[in-house]
Write a protein that binds this ligand. Structure first.
Ligand code: G6P
Length: 481
């Protein structure tokens, strides 16, 4: 097997397997910036590439075990032109690394989600989980080193794999390593909550890379400030570099937009048209406020619904004339806070419908399930798109919605999303904690003159399309020379 010259490592890979009733394996290719980015590079056929990810289900493990050399592409499950290797990490190790450390701790720190009187608690249990986080990072490191050609470029993704760059550096100094954070980065005042040895290990783990990438300058700045505060490393703010272990590490900002062409093509399919018709049939000609998220604490769905309730209370003229579609993909059900949050979203939605609903008007349609074509149909129909996260690395809904909008939607957008950097001029910006401001912004958005709305939406769609995922990904690779 040829060694790869370009490698990607991420917890969630580009394909997902499922077992049908007759025992046969089915697979679905994922979406997202990385998939289209690496596909574009691999498609050119100029270099060998390999994607290392974790097996996330029994079906994934079955597929990985059946693949020759562990490479799924050899079994016909490839990502266009690229090899895929799924790691079968022992269940207990995976649970501690992914659910406990990555999703219940690091995600919470970077999104500042803790309810601090109760959490976090860093005790002996946490330290055992941390040991598994290390083991999980070591398993990725091993697979990358085995698969990498001399001087290959390795693009490590996200908070799950913060230790990988340093682990590789220690054993394969020939490799050129980038690490990319898809999340915000916590400011030092919040990051300091982590035990100091663990905080240092995370920062030093990432500084094993040659290049560190972030989605917004704000997150890159926060990382540099953490290096100053906790490692006492030399940070050069002019060149935006950190000196560590006798090397200079560059910290860059790589914005990410929408795959406008791919989205438009997908949205032209029959299943999207069917969803569009059925949505139209159920809401009639009422105005539409749309939100699409994972059922995710940082997405701030509860305050968003509360703002909708306040809109209906303070602006009674909208009663009966608007419908709020809230579509939420189930996510991270293994984390208790996520299950409780999803319940609170459902409860508030029921309350709103009880309070304002009439025989012929359902004010809020909440659906917690996985229906991608329905989300695309909702983007096409939206008069207003509500994106109000507490904190968000970028938020692609804010970029995809305007691209697909048929008549031009208004965007109500949190200042705390990375997307506000690119769309802030044409969106209506809100403080995500301020429910009243959000309610007022929804009113402004619904009342906006259609020509102005279309013009703003057009500019946002253009901004979103100007940063296609291919560019974002090749930019990461270019930063490695
Ligand atoms: C965020 C993270 C990704 C992650 C995704 C979905 O966007 O930055 O790394 O894959 O959420 O979360 P999940 O835990 O389902 O992979």
């Amino acid at each position: 097997m040829d060694k790869a010259q370009i490698l990607v490592a991420s917890n969630r890979g580009p394909v997902t397997f499922s077992v049908a009733d007759d025992g046969s394996l089915g697979f679905r290719r994922g979406g997202g910036g990385l998939v289209s980015g690496l596909s574009a590079v691999a498609d050119s056929g100029a270099v060998d590439s390999l994607w290392v990810c974790a097996a996330l289900s029994d079906a994934d493990r079955k597929a990985a075990a059946a693949a020759p050399d562990g490479r799924l592409d050899q079994a016909g499950y490839g990502l266009d032109g690229s090899g895929v290797r799924m790691l079968d990490i022992p269940a207990a190790t995976f649970d501690n690394a992914y659910t406990r450390v990555a999703n219940s701790t690091l995600w919470f720190v970077h999104h500042m989600l803790y309810d601090t009187p109760n959490k976090p608690v860093f005790d002996a249990d946490f330290r055992a989980q941390w040991a598994d986080y290390r083991a999980y990072n070591a398993a990725f490191t091993e697979a990358l080193m085995t698969g990498a050609a001399q001087s290959a470029r390795v693009a490590v993704q996200d908070y799950h794999l913060a230790l990988v760059p340093r682990m590789i550096r220690g054993r394969r100094p020939d490799l050129r390593i980038a690490h990319f954070s898809h999340t915000p980065w916590a400011p030092p005042e919040y990051f300091r909550m982590l035990p100091s040895d663990i905080g240092r290990e995370l920062l030093e783990g990432m500084l094993g890379a040659d290049h560190l990438g972030f989605l917004s300058r704000r997150w890159a700045d926060a990382f540099l400030r953490c290096c100053e505060a906790f490692l006492h490393n030399e940070v050069n703010w002019d060149s935006r570099t950190v000196e560590f272990g006798g090397r200079i590490i560059r910290v860059g900002v790589h914005g990410l937009g929408a795959d406008a062409e791919g989205l438009r093509e997908r949205a032209a399919a029959d299943d999207v048209a069917e969803r569009r018709e059925s949505l139209r049939a159920s809401v009639g000609d009422r105005r539409l406020i749309v939100r699409v998220d994972r059922t995710e604490l940082s997405k701030n769905i509860v305050r968003g619904l509360a703002a909708y309730r306040e809109l209906l209370t303070t602006r009674p003229e909208w009663r009966g004339n608007v419908t709020h579609l809230a579509f939420a993909y189930p996510s991270r059900g293994d984390v208790p806070e996520y299950r409780a949050y999803t319940e609170s979203v459902r409860t508030l939605a029921e309350e709103i419908n009880r309070e304002f609903g009439t025989a012929d008007w359902t004010p809020l349609i909440l659906a917690v399930n996985d229906d991608y074509p329905r989300s695309l149909a909702a983007y096409q129909l939206a008069d207003v798109l509500l994106v109000n996260p507490i904190r968000d690395g970028m938020n692609l809904v804010a970029k995809e919605g305007p691209v697909l909008s048929a008549e031009g939607c208004a965007l109500v957008l949190s200042t705390e999303a990375g997307a506000a950097d690119d769309l802030g001029r044409d969106a209506i910006l809100i403080n995500p904690f301020d429910v009243s401001e959000t309610a007022e912004a929804l009113h402004r958005a619904l009342s906006m003159d259609p020509a102005e709305r279309a013009a703003r939406c057009g500019r946002m769609a253009e901004a979103a399309a100007s940063l296609p995922p291919e560019l974002w990904f090749t930019d990461q690779l270019r930063s490695l020379g």
